[in-house]
Write a protein of this length. Structure first.
Length: 351
């Protein structure tokens, strides 16, 4: 009887031990399997992250515009918004330019890697100590006009002698001063920032405008086109192209592929912007409001439409600098004693 009880207890103990061992084995196996799964998931996540453009290493760079936020620079906004900069490995900070932050000064002081300037400004600023590279010539046409009211009695350029002419201060208005000098106009130059109020209230007889910007603002203020006299600088041998994208030769020498990628992404941004005007204007207005600038949807739409004409003059060569445009800028600077450093096309523009 006792043997049976012992035997029975032994069987129970053995079964319990076996059950316990099986449980331990299963738990161990499960933990190993779970660990393998976790490792696999981690590896997969890492692999996906490495392949994802949004998570790979992006090079931080700065781009200083020629002026404050507006549709004139829509290509940069859309290159950032739609991920074109990111696709080329760039994290771009877009900075305002203008009187308080002239783009060339920002570039030469190392406060930006890229900037936007008029061609004639870049050629004038170019020098042996700090040579420049044109990465893309965005604008293909002149946009500078002189505008006055017919009531002022101005009919020809010569009528500007001894008149008050509003001209943007600093480098933004240099080409207007050269234009007046080349045409032997002795006008009284009144420095302007961005306001058109002096013109509207007849405090000046004429002012320089961009056809895509201030001219439309004058119309929006209630002045009819028939009331204005317009001197398009292109009609007087001053068909100077405007916005180009620049960096220093030193920076390009150190980062040639990065510079090319920046230019390509910006051009792709412009093509997208011009193909999607409504979406683009919404983005432009958002940038303006975020920076506490007065934003008008209709005016920005006008500006973007007129930028299209200047950028897509030759759709197959967006961003191309024509050699004759560089020659014209040099000739004007020579006549005005402002060309300090002759420019070689092949060294100045990246084809």
């Amino acid at each position: 009887m006792l043997l049976r009880q012992i035997s029975s207890r032994s069987h129970l103990l053995i079964r319990s031990t076996i059950t316990l061992l099986i449980g331990i084995v299963l738990i161990f196996a499960g933990s190993c399997f779970s660990g393998e799964k976790k490792a696999s998931a981690t590896e997969t996540t890492t692999s996906l992250e490495e392949k994802s453009p949004s998570s790979r290493h992006l090079q931080k760079v700065r781009y200083t515009m020629k002026w404050l936020h507006q549709a004139q620079f829509a290509g940069a906004y859309m290159a950032k918004e739609k991920g074109f900069f990111q696709q080329y490995g760039l994290d771009v900070e877009i900075l305002q330019g203008g009187v308080d932050n002239p783009p060339y000064k920002a570039l030469s002081n190392g406060k930006t890697e890229f900037c936007c300037m008029n061609l004639i400004t870049a050629v004038e600023k170019n020098n042996s100590a700090f040579p420049l590279i044109n990465l893309a010539q965005i604008s293909q046409k002149n946009s500078s006009w002189l505008v006055g009211k017919k009531t002022a009695g101005i009919k020809t350029l010569q009528d500007l002698n001894d008149r008050e002419v509003g001209v943007w201060r600093n480098e933004a208005g240099d080409h207007i001063r050269y234009f007046l000098n080349d045409n032997e106009i002795q006008a009284h130059i009144i420095p302007l920032d961005w306001s058109i109020n002096l013109f509207l209230y007849d405090a000046i007889d004429m002012m320089n405008v961009m056809s895509y910007n201030e001219y439309h603002r004058i119309l929006m203020a209630g002045v009819e086109p028939e009331e204005l006299v317009v001197f398009n600088l292109s009609d007087y041998g001053y068909d100077l192209v405007d916005d180009g994208i620049y960096t220093s030769k030193a920076y390009y020498s150190q980062h040639p592929q990065l510079c090319k990628n920046f230019a390509r992404a910006l051009i792709e941004g412009w093509i997208y912007a011009l193909d999607h005007p409504d979406e683009t204007v919404n983005v432009v207005v958002r940038y303006m409001r975020e920076n506490h600038l007065p934003a008008n949807y209709n005016h920005q739409s006008w500006m973007l439409a007129h930028m299209r004409e200047r950028i897509l003059e030759n759709p197959d060569k967006v961003g191309y600098l024509k050699p004759e445009d560089l020659i014209l800028a040099e000739e004007i600077l020579k006549r005005n004693g402002k060309l300090t450093y002759p420019v070689e096309y092949k060294d100045f523009f990246l084809q």
